[in-house]
Design a protein around this ligand. Sequence first.
Ligand code: SF4
Ligand code: SF4
Length: 408
Amino acid sequence: MRFVESEHLLTCVHCGLCLASCPTYVVLGTEADSPRGRIHLMRALEEGRREPTPDVIGHLDACLGCRACETACPSGVPYGRLIEAARPWIETHRSRPVRFARRALAVALTSRLGTLPLRLARALPGIEPLARRLKLRWLAYAAALPRPHASDPLPDILEPAGPPRGTAVLLTGCVAGALFDDTNRATAALLRHAGVRVVVPRGQGCCGALGMHLGQGASARRQAKTTAAALDVVGADWVVANAAGCGAMLRDWAHLLPDDPHARAVAAKARDALELLAELGLPAPTRPLARSIAVHDPCHLAHGQGVREPVRALLRSVPGVELRELAESDWCCGSAGTYNLTEPAMAARLAERKLDRIAASGAEVVAAANPGCLLQIRAGALMRGLAVEVAHPIDLLAAAHGVGPATR
Ligand code: SF4
Ligand code: SF4
């Protein structure tokens, strides 16, 4: 075996039923950029019939890892696992400078210090018109960052008003912790509002998802191990994530770290915050939101965790909200972990396609339950001059329930 068990590769019967769901195939129209084509390439690599040439690596790098093909596949091909296994192996066939740059990117993105330039750029006066005028996407990403309402750390434990219905451990995340702190606070506030005791463990960091995107298997596993030990709190009923990519990763920890009891325990309790809130139920919202909202389904929520309806059900419960249909709502926006940094041209094409669909929906607000999607869509709308608010559903719900940092 080079990188993956061949029986997993053999589950593909080449029927092609996944092709129409694959964004890169639909945009590029080439078999090698389809799920079937990539499985064929991985099999040829695995069996030593092909070498990892730049061309072959290019087709595998162009994969978003969005797992839309898994949803479409009637044969149950675990495509996400296949590409995840291939990436670290591919990494060993890159040039030394490229390997170094990708390792550095993984470190920068998962550390508070690494996100400092973006946070500093966010404070620049006039950054939005500047990003639009200069057409600099990184500046648009900085401009798209939320402005935090609080600077004090989240308390270790938040008790609900009455007897707790259960205990949830909150994953605050690495990028999300540094850049989307308000959404973490709003998540904790909503869970508390639903009668849940919330524990926010210190010492947690990255779940490993960003490292896995970049093929950094060993360091991603190390990060996941550390975070698993912090999140495996005795007596917890759920481990909750509000970032779709992190939530999908937590659920996959039993596969990533099969010998780690903490990782297995967390994986068994992992839940998306919106899924759990919809299941537990919230009191009636007290503040109407007279807005039309289109829901974008992040890949790792819809395809990775099978969560779609809870988001809509919660938003529908808010008086005044009008949900709008969004065509291709579960198509990748091009963010895809680190894809918008490593494959910027294709990421920009997918962002434009997403913005076309958003504009056609006529919605005033787009709800997206993943930090990467929020930044990608916000930055794209900013560059295009499309007047649409892009918000995490958690933040919209916190406003409707009068809880969380924005309502202080
Ligand atoms: S991945 Fe699934 S849907 Fe796609 S060609 Fe293979 S068996 Fe068919
Ligand atoms: S993960 Fe997404 S981009 Fe990659 S092959 Fe599957 S559908 Fe296509």
